[in-house]
Design a protein around this ligand. Structure first.
Ligand SMILES: [Ca+2]
Length: 203
């Protein structure tokens, strides 16, 4: 928290970026439900360089059941329709078990996607959800994911990272204030970074 406050104070003396954000930084704007669907799945590409920049178009669903089934290659089929409890330790344990099987498949040379991250619209892992899956383990090379102009721009209020992945949340498109999150570092509440994420680096 001290680091975040220091960064925020430094931000007061920095130049204001020339281009304004399409949505207010720090507060959500209507529409409060994602018109594309409540639960989205983003498929990250294989990493071919130390930093791979992407602006993805996710596949979105009305139910968490469909989204989790898609994100896990059909392995987890019992997620609650309304998504209640998908951020709970019990459900995260299911995700971790799925990821272990995906890692074994990858190690055996088979295609699989690891579920690496979830952005949540609301605190305590509730509301609309934006999932990210990866055909590679998190291995030090990074994806730079731009959300600028998307519905998810300035929406994130809590985050979960899985499978030893971490992320740096950025206030703007890879500049401005940052907020670090990692696996086993619960982020039910982003404090000063609430609704401020416009891009993220998953590493
Ligand atoms: Ca939010």
């Amino acid at each position: 928290m001290a680091t975040l406050i220091a960064t925020a104070m430094l931000g007061l003396t920095a130049a204001v970026p020339a281009h304004a954000e399409p949505q207010g930084d720090g507060m959500e704007q209507a529409p409060f439900k994602n018109p594309a669907g409540h639960f989205c799945v983003n498929r990250l590409p294989k990493k071919t360089a130390p930093r791979t920049k992407v602006h993805l178009k996710p596949t979105c669903y009305q139910t968490a059941t469909e989204a989790i089934k898609d994100a896990t290659g059909g392995k987890i089929t019992d997620a609650p329709v309304d998504g209640k409890g998908i951020g709970s330790p019990e459900f995260v344990a299911k995700i971790n078990a799925y990821n272990e099987s995906a890692r074994r498949d990858l190690a055996a040379g088979q295609a699989a996607n690891i579920l690496v991250a979830a952005l949540f619209q609301l605190e305590y892992y509730e509301g609309e959800v934006d999932y990210y899956t990866s055909p590679d383990p998190c291995n030090g090379w990074a994806w730079d994911i731009d959300l600028y102009g998307d519905w998810w721009d300035n929406r994130t209020s809590s985050v979960q990272m899985y499978n030893n992945c971490a992320a740096i949340l950025y206030q703007f498109s890879f500049y401005g204030d940052t907020y670090y999150v990692s696996t086993n570092f619960y982020e039910p509440y982003l404090g000063d970074f609430d609704n401020r994420t416009t891009s993220l680096q998953i590493l």
